[in-house]
Ligand binder design. Structure first.
Ligand code: PHE
Ligand code: ZN
Length: 886
């Protein structure tokens, strides 16, 4: 019953494997049409498990031969498994040889072995290795790999796999070979091979421990000049992990290879990371500051997996957050440490929280809600989610916060001790989230984490975003201030009741002049709890959940006056930003609910002006403060959602800021427009971001005034720009205000970059994600589907056009005539036949349909039902739409 199309896999059903695979010898004869794979394994029975048949996983393979200890044997093929019942008795090792073929050129799912731009690549996580050969495709089976690659030498001059190159040479018929041996045992999801016409940027380094290493970044021949930033990021990652966690590089050679056909961002295969080109290639002419920052963080992320994921891996896929949550936490810390100054760190933190709130909170409130450690799944690919990654990282962050102590106010030293113990205990093993939490706690006896561990672990088992309610009481007569905190969490699918979480709450108090009175960490463990402070001269302003110390929704009835004090004075930059968000949300919700004409009040406008004109605040921080909460985030604050109303209100508020602050935007633009020779550092990136924001507002303001000056200046900047960030921001400003200069600028942008795939992705995404004016976006999207540069099979391109519209443009997508939903439904079905993983991600665009007001709600339901009714739907999409309709 395990493998059938409808079988739900349960965490509670975990059993250790019945067999171990100690070593694997793989020999590939690479050919796009028919690749031959000879797989020789040494296996033995797991003495701790009852004797049983060997069941190897395999998918879309042609089986030619099976030998046990060199002899033919009987076998069965059932439900994508190769079953061997007559194996030698006893615990002695035996050799199993399996010979299969597969068809890489026909592999559009991009899982297993596939062809992209005439090169071979593999993707094995989570269950892609079974598309290469029959195997025990589960992460707790760790083997040594010895891999021989054979291919035509002219077509595939470079042959790569994990570990060390031990032998290479020529063969008859213009073919050649390379043999790779990985010195580390690994689960098969970390296997990789690459073959093709590639070139490498190389760097030799000597690490702090004195060891020499060769670093390589492989790309297609024309792309070598775009690899410097990735290489710098890799070197920075290596130095950071050695410095902060004492974790060295454990390989002589570390390779990164870029491919333009990739389902995800990148993959941490041991010693041979395979990346989406989007997270490798950058030049100032083609990549924005955001691209540079993303490359730094993804290169870091994959590198950090070498310890958190590879040296210590997951026992089963329910433990996915063991490696992903922890590694996201590590890459976030890395990016913050590289950003340097406290204010730049805070900007990173705010950006991370914004992702959590706009993507993970809705997931936690919708049909796909699942705990950080899920209990069941139909298709594991559907669980590479913001909950596993971003909420998982917040859970790790809370652990760090909860091991803080004297001389270690942030818990960094305590957490590093915990990591050291984790590796001491588990290096080379496949373990669970419990093992990780236990190690961090055990290394910090007496800490709140150690005391509260069983309760703390509810963060792993309970889905849903907790609500933290705060109510204050001020007794002027005694100078006593009290803050009552309480928590609750609404039911999620399969979890009607929630027990209280451990919620670390960093709390500051400010006096009426904005001076800090106190700051400390409070840990809420019960349903409710009251903090009391006495001897105060006046009623304080509370700064609750500083630094966003827990992934919760904070409800406190802040008055505008309190928020203005926090915005002007809070020493915690996160809450300073948060105060501005709350001011904006109060107003947006008021206009959305009342239907009143949008008019911004003077105190709000003045507060925004003060931020814009502030003499010392960072440009990046100003940019974040002036960015209104997203339509998606606003929708989450409402019980019933009219996406058009939200869109109209948010656009009107943006227009309000554009016109009321016109002179301030001009001033800000002048102050920030020149950043000198291009460098992607956070300070100059912040200045470029703010200059771009100013241009957008100035163009918006010109829309009402009809003044041609700013659109003209913007076009000029678009033409003259010395880097992609300035060029793209200027283009985006013209597109955002719907100016007639946008069309020629878009055409010239396309002409300039017609040979740069990643820039064309931006070109598609910008048009599909543009603000909707009277339903104009869908026709553009449909037209772009016919563009010669559009290709549904390339995930980056599909995402840039279809996802930018369906998932990132609520104002354009949710149409009263339901045409957006019909488009969505057709694309999900079309993509499902090509690449179910990508289709299932698109399918999630309507997750929150139950919140929609009519006519959207009924139309959305109908579109989902139409997808669900399609015969031969993949398991991936079926799981998403079935849960949506439940
Ligand atoms: N493990 C990869 C990462 O987080 C993500 C990934 C999952 C890539 C599945 C491909 C397939 O770094
Ligand atoms: Zn990862």
């Amino acid at each position: 019953m395990r493998e059938g199309q409808n079988a739900v896999i349960h965490r509670a059903d975990y059993r250790p494997p019945a067999f171990w695979i100690d070593s694997v010898e793989l020999c590939f004869d690479l050919d796009p049409v028919k690749t031959r794979v000879l797989n020789r394994m040494r296996l033995r029975r797991n003495p701790d498990q009852p004797a049983q048949a060997l069941r190897l996983d395999g998918e879309e393979l042609n089986l030619a031969r099976v030998l046990v200890n060199g002899q033919g044997t009987s076998f069965k093929l059932e439900d994508s498994q190769l079953i061997l019942e007559n194996l030698p008795e006893g615990n002695a090792p035996f050799e199993l040889e399996v010979f299969t073929t597969c068809a890489p050129a026909k592999n559009t799912k991009l899982m297993g072995l596939y062809v992209s731009n005439d090169s071979f690549f593999t993707q094995c996580e989570a269950e892609g290795f079974r598309r290469i050969t029959y195997f025990l495709d589960r992460p707790d089976v760790m083997a040594s790999y010895n891999v021989t690659l054979r291919a035509d030498k002219a077509a595939y001059p470079v042959l790569l796999s994990n570990g060390n190159l031990v032998e290479q040479g020529d063969l008859d018929g213009g073919r050649h070979f390379a043999r790779w041996v990985d010195p580390h045992r690994k689960p098969c999801y970390l296997f990789a091979l690459v073959a093709g016409k590639l070139v490498a940027r190389e760097q030799r380094i000597t690490t702090a421990s004195g060891a020499d290493h060769l670093l390589q970044v492989y790309v297609r021949p024309g792309d070598l000049d775009k690899t410097e930033h990735a290489m710098n990021s890799l070197m920075a990652s290596i130095a950071w992990d050695e410095g902060r966690f004492k974790l060295p590089l454990d390989l002589e050679r570390f390779m990164i290879v870029a491919t333009s056909d990739f389902n995800m961002g990148a993959m941490e295969n041991k010693g041979l990371n395979i990346f989406n080109t989007k997270y490798v290639l950058a030049s100032q002419a083609t990549a924005t500051d955001t691209d540079y920052a993303n490359i730094e963080s993804v290169v870091g992320h994959e590198y950090f997996h070498n310890w958190t994921g590879n040296r210590v891996t997951c026992r089963d896929w329910f433990q996915l957050s063991l490696k992903e949550g922890l590694t996201v936490f590590r890459d976030q810390e890395f990016s913050q440490d590289l950003a340097g100054e406290a204010s730049a760190r805070a900007v990173r933190r705010i950006e991370d929280v914004r992702v959590l709130r706009t993507a993970q909170f809705p997931e936690d409130a919708g049909p796909m809600a699942h705990p950080v450690r899920p209990d069941q799944y139909l298709e594991i690919n559907n669980f590479y989610t913001v909950t596993i990654y971003e909420k998982g990282a917040e859970v790790v962050r809370m652990m760090q916060t909860l091991v803080a102590g004297e001389g270690d106010p942030l818990g960094r030293a305590g957490f590093a001790r915990g990591m050291a113990l984790y590796f001491e205990r588990h290096d080379g093993q496949a373990v669970t989230c419990d093992d990780f939490a236990q190690a961090i706690a055990d290394a910090n006896p007496g800490s709140p984490l150690a005391r509260l561990l069983p309760q703390f672990k509810r963060w792993y088992s309970q889905a849903g975003t907790p609500r933290l309610k705060a109510r204050s009481h001020w007794d002027a007569a005694t100078g006593t201030y009290s803050l009552a905190l309480s928590q609750s969490c609404t039911p999620t699918p399969g979890q009607p009741h929630k027990d209280p979480f451990v919620i670390p709450v960093r709390l500051g108090l400010l006096d009426a002049e904005g001076r800090q009175i106190s700051d400390g960490l409070h840990v809420l463990t019960e349903d409710s709890d009251t903090l009391t402070m006495s001897g105060l001269a006046g009623e304080p302003v509370p700064s609750i959940l500083r630094g966003f110390t827990a992934p919760v929704i904070l409800e406190y009835d802040y008055t505008d006056a309190q928020l203005l004090i926090l915005l002007a004075h809070d020493t915690d930059p996160f809450n300073r930003w948060e105060a501005a968000q709350r001011l904006a949300i109060h107003r947006a919700l008021h206009f959305i609910r009342s239907g009143e004409h949008v008019e911004l009040d003077a105190p709000f406008v003045e507060a925004m002006r003060a931020v814009l004109r502030h003499p010392t605040l960072d440009s990046a921080f100003k940019d974040l403060v002036l960015t209104l909460p997203s339509e998606t985030y606003l929708a989450e604050q409402l019980d019933e959602v009219d996406p058009q109303r939200i869109h109209a209100v948010r656009e009107a508020m943006r227009m309000g800021l554009a016109t009321a602050l016109r002179h301030d935007w001009e001033w800000v633009y002048e102050q920030n427009k020149d950043t000198g020779a291009y460098r992607p550092d956070s300070r100059s990136a912040g200045r470029r971001a703010l200059a771009g924001m100013a241009l957008t507002h100035l163009c918006l303001a010109a829309r009402t005034s009809g003044d041609p000056v700013w659109p003209g200046k913007t076009l000029q900047r678009f033409k003259d720009a010395g880097n992609m960030t300035d060029r793209f921001n200027a283009l985006a400003a013209l597109v955002a205000c719907g100016h007639e200069l946008a069309a020629p600028a878009l055409a010239s942008f396309h002409a300039l970059f017609k040979n740069e795939a990643l820039v064309l992705d931006k070109w598609f995404a910008l048009q599909a994600g543009a603000p909707d004016h009277g339903g104009n976006i869908l026709p553009v999207v449909k037209q772009l589907m016919q563009h010669p540069d559009f290709n549904l099979r390339n995930p980056n391109r599909a995402r840039s056009l279809i996802f930018s519209y369906c998932s990132a443009n609520p104002g354009g997508f949710h149409r009263r005539d339901a045409a957006g939903y019909v488009f969505w439904c057709e694309r999900v079905m079309e993509l499902d036949a090509i690449n179910p993983q990508v289709a299932a991600r698109l399918a999630r665009a309507l997750d929150r349909w139950k919140k929609l007001a009519d006519p959207y709600r009924g139309a959305a339901r109908e579109a989902i039902a139409r997808v669900a009714a399609k015969p031969d739907l993949s398991r991936d999409v079926r799981e998403v739409v079935t849960r949506a309709l439940a």
